[in-house]
Design a binder for this molecule. Structure first.
Ligand code: SAH
Ligand code: SF4
Ligand code: F3S
Length: 475
């Protein structure tokens, strides 16, 4: 039977969220409807992440839960990076999967769904030369803050990472296509655009780079804010740094992962920067935009990491004073060079280092947030909160703000996109979720046992356990 309703569950990074939105638009254009919350869907698309072992395993445990009480099941599509990494093998691991589609092939979903509904078991993990974007329907509706993928893939081959294998080589979308999509998003209601790429600052059309693209997008009337993520230190150009000082619409926030504070480990990771070149880059960034909020990613307990290497990471965190940072226990990924390196670190050491790094990051995060108490700023309202009249939005520094018991009321939230607010007091919020005791995770309410088990407070977009959580979906 051809499915009439669908549900898309996206895990992992913002690029998967973007892909999930595009799949949803594609299926909508075929006459299918998104199933309401809590309702069964005829088709479930699991848009998966392969970055760490737990994330990949989550895909399979989720599939098992799709079996209904009467023994039936929806049509199941495995999409995203697990699909790309495992291809037809995924069906051998879980025969409940009806079709497997990689991140570069999802524009073929409608025909693959038709094949699967007819009893076929299609698998497509090709990375065709023809861009999937050309085959997708034009964008119409947009959330106040909208994602726009401008670059895909990675050529950096960090020794721990699966992304170059699951997303392929670095490819930049054409300038005109990006500008047209940005216009469509603004016409559809977006006030902020977040440019996405696995290495977004590697975007280039041969003679222009991301800085020029940002300057062009900044001329779009109605677009108030521009962000971009995720950047690689090797691709931070002078032009991009200068844009931070000159383009008002470019928000004072930069996510620039370093991964470790030890040069020895950075080399083993095949990162092309040293702590010195990284720190100098940040100095120049702060000179261009003194109020910039910096964030980064860290991997603890990479093979061979000694206590001394780890302490160098803590020292780097102290030097940078990150407004936020995300840290992960090293996870050995099959097929990557680091997985077979000697001196894999025992679990208890990993956990101890992760806890100590969290504590250090939290200290700086709290200091950053405290520095904003009493500062009046614009908040981009993104959605209604759980309390009546409460609104939730983002400051320029990407800190979440709740605006309680004020006009405009819930029904008018979507129209009132910007509000001015001062940070009055600090409380457990997405800004603090790393510091929050376990009880606070529970108080954060979220969706019960699953989140508590994974230790995730549900803060979005990037709780440390984000790959295990269904990512934000378009309402
Ligand atoms: N392209 C970005 C990030 C991509 S993945 C960059 O170069 O920084 C997001 C984050 O996941 C990485 O920054 C890294 O901190 C983490 N990560 C990637 N592979 C990992 C692994 N095998 N184990 C633990 N964390 C990993
Ligand atoms: Fe992975 Fe490194 Fe590429 Fe980032 S730069 S996606 S960490 S290989
Ligand atoms: Fe993103 Fe996870 Fe793939 S982080 S690129 S969805 S492996």
């Amino acid at each position: 039977m051809t499915p009439k309703t669908f549900k898309i569950k996206s895990f992992g990074c913002q690029m998967n969220v973007y892909d999930g939105e595009r799949m949803s638009e594609l299926l909508g254009a075929q006459g299918m409807a998104a199933a309401a919350d809590g309702e069964d869907a005829d088709l479930v698309v699991l848009n998966t992440c392969h970055i760490r072992e737990k994330a990949a395993e989550k895909a399979y445990s989720d599939i098992g839960r799709l079996r209904r009480e009467d023994g039936s099941k929806p049509l199941i599509a495995l999409a995203g990076c697990v699909a790309q990494a495992e291809g037809a093998e995924a069906r051998r691991r879980s025969p409940m999967i009806d079709l497997v589609v990689g991140p570069q092939a999802y524009h073929r979903l409608p025909e693959m769904i038709a094949q699967a509904a007819g009893g076929g078991r299609p698998v497509d993990t090709d990375m065709p030369a023809i861009s999937k974007f050309d085959a997708l329907p034009a964008r119409r509706r947009a959330t106040p803050s909208a994602f726009l993928t401008v670059q895909e893939g990675c050529d950096k081959f960090c020794t721990y990472c699966v992304v170059p294998y699951t997303r392929g080589a670095e490819v930049s979308r054409p300038w005109d296509d990006i500008v047209a999509e940005a216009h469509a998003l603004v016409d559809g209601g977006a006030r902020e655009i977040v440019l996405l790429g696995q290495n977004v600052n590697a975007w280039s059309d041969g003679h222009r780079g991301l800085a020029e693209l940002i300057r062009k997008l900044a001329t779009i009337a109605g677009l108030e804010r521009i962000r971009y993520t995720t950047s690689h230190p090797a691709d931070m150009t002078d032009a991009l740094i200068a844009a931070h000082g000159e383009v008002d619409k470019l928000m004072p926030y930069l996510h620039l992962p370093v991964q470790s504070g030890s040069n020895r480990i950075l080399q083993a990771m095949n990162r092309s920067h040293t702590t010195d070149t990284y720190l100098r880059l940040l100095e120049r960034m702060r000179a261009a935009r003194p109020d910039i909020a910096l964030s980064g990613d860290f991997i603890v307990a990479f093979p061979g990491e000694t206590e001394r290497d780890f302490e160098a990471t803590l020292q780097l965190v102290d030097e940078v004073r990150y407004a936020a940072a995300y840290s992960f226990k090293y996870s050995a990924r099959p097929g990557t060079p680091a997985a077979t390196m000697e001196d894999q670190i025992p679990r208890d050491v990993m956990e101890d280092r992760l806890r100590r790094l969290h504590e250090r990051i939290n200290t700086h995060q709290l200091a950053f947030n405290r520095s904003k108490v009493g500062v009046h700023t614009q908040i981009l309202i993104e959605r209604a909160g759980r309390q009546d009249g409460q609104m939730i939005g983002k400051s320029p520094w990407l800190r979440s703000r709740r605006r309680p018991r004020h006009r405009p009321a819930r029904a008018r939230v979507r129209a009132a996109l910007f509000a001015r607010a001062a940070v009055r007091r600090l409380r457990p919020s997405p800004d603090y979720h790393r510091a929050a005791p376990r009880g606070a995770h529970r108080r954060a309410g979220q969706q019960g046992a699953d989140r508590r088990r994974s230790g995730c407070c549900g803060a979005r977009p990037r709780c440390p356990d984000w790959p295990l959580q269904p990512a934000r979906q378009r309402p």
